[in-house]
Design a protein around this ligand. Structure first.
Ligand code: SF4
Length: 380
């Protein structure tokens, strides 16, 4: 890919680690880099398309409907290039500033059918950077629709990608994890409290959804950044549910699943499992704090009980105080003092699919500065 200053730094530490068996040692700190990390193909493509749009429409006003990817560095860079972000209000997105002939960039995780139609009707010039893997999920949802099935979407109902995916379905239900999937399974097999069901999924179902009517035929779709293993397990759970309810010989009339799991997400997760199996003393997970795939990397590390710190920029670390403000996989931002121990330490490091290498390198720089500050305090 092009080196535009926010992507790969050829001379930086990340490049050095890649040349040196994915590790780097300095001042008693051994960094171990995951063997798949950072920018995925779809994000590289989206960022390149956005930069290209700026070049090809030098005079036009440029808009983007959302953060192009979940990374503050990339989004700041786009702002500097004069790309305007459509504002999110309590009533939804405010497109009032977009005028006919202006250029609107759709982000890597897509836009809803409604938004795309609205912008086309407005006469906007649309640059669609939706990742082809996300489009693949939309095709799966289209298949469900043609079969008159409900799309069971494994995702978070408020995530932009899931909002866009749901907009392609006629009938859908969004489940965020195995627990919710099991709840739906029980309802399909044994029935249950309909009012409770409706309350539980009130933000996560299509309008007019009726669990007593709409769960006889289901297809599986996913937010591409969810944990791969969990999506597969949810697919198997619904398949067995339909077999149990309708008979194994009839399952095809009640269930469909297609392979829509993005390779990049899978590769980063697999690399993370490998890295945590090597038992580093500490893990650093670098990526946007609203990035779903980064959250899952953090989750893998926390599950292995490795002290793990999820940060989006190097500004979260303070070398002088040896403190770090970081996010927990399912929590708020917290600050940990004394996070870097004295003495030799092995730190695993990885980054989410929308994180430029430069951000990882900035974080590593502050870690080394913290170590130096610690040592000079001891020698004083
Ligand atoms: S993580 Fe996968 S689906 Fe998402 S943008 Fe990257 S390649 Fe596309």
């Amino acid at each position: 890919m092009a080196n535009d200053g926010i992507s790969y730094s050829k001379t930086g530490l990340v490049a050095k680690m890649k040349e040196n068996g994915l590790s780097y040692v300095e001042d008693g700190i051994t960094f171990k880099l995951a063997d798949a990390y950072g920018f995925c193909w779809g994000v590289e493509r989206a960022v390149q398309m956005a930069y290209e749009a700026r070049k090809q429409f030098p005079e036009a006003k440029l808009w983007i409907t959302n953060e192009i990817i979940h990374n503050p560095t990339v989004n700041d860079r786009l702002s500097e290039m004069g790309v305007n972000f459509v504002e999110e209000t309590s009533d939804g997105k405010d497109f009032s500033g977009v005028k006919r002939g202006e250029v609107v960039i759709l982000p890597a995780f897509g836009a809803s059918v409604h938004e795309m139609k609205f912008l086309a009707d407005k006469g906007a010039n649309i640059v669609d950077t939706t990742c082809p893997w996300v489009s693949k999920v939309w095709n799966a949802v289209d298949t469900h629709k043609r079969k008159d099935f409900t799309s069971i979407i494994h995702g978070k109902y408020s995530h932009e990608e899931t909002v866009a995916t749901a907009s392609f379905a006629t009938t859908y239900l969004i489940v965020k994890d195995m627990r919710e999937a099991n709840y739906v399974r029980d309802y399909i097999l044994k029935g249950g409290d309909k009012a409770e069901f409706m309350e539980k999924f009130k933000n996560a179902m299509s309008q007019g959804f009726d669990p007593d009517e709409d769960l006889d035929g289901v297809g599986i779709a996913n937010q591409t950044t969810m944990l791969k293993g969990e999506t597969e397990a949810i697919g198997k759970l619904f398949q067995s549910t339909m077999m149990e309810k309708f008979g194994v010989e009839n399952v095809d009339q009640h269930f469909v699943v297609m392979d829509t799991i993005c390779d990049a997400t899978q590769e980063r997760q697999d690399a993370m499992y490998k890295l945590v199996d090597a038992k580093p003393d500490i893990m650093l997970v670098v990526g946007g704090l609203n990035s779903s795939n980064t959250q899952h990397l953090q989750e893998i590390s926390e599950d292995k009980a490795i002290p793990s710190y999820w940060v989006d920029t190097a500004d979260r670390l303070n070398a002088d105080t040896n403190s770090i403000s970081h996010k927990l996989a399912h929590g708020e931002l917290v600050t940990t003092d004394g996070w870097l121990p004295a003495g030799d330490v092995v730190i695993g490091i990885t980054s989410g699919a929308s994180t430029p290498d430069k951000v990882v390198e900035d974080v590593m720089d502050v870690v080394f500065a913290t170590k130096r500050a610690l040592e000079s305090a001891v020698s004083r």
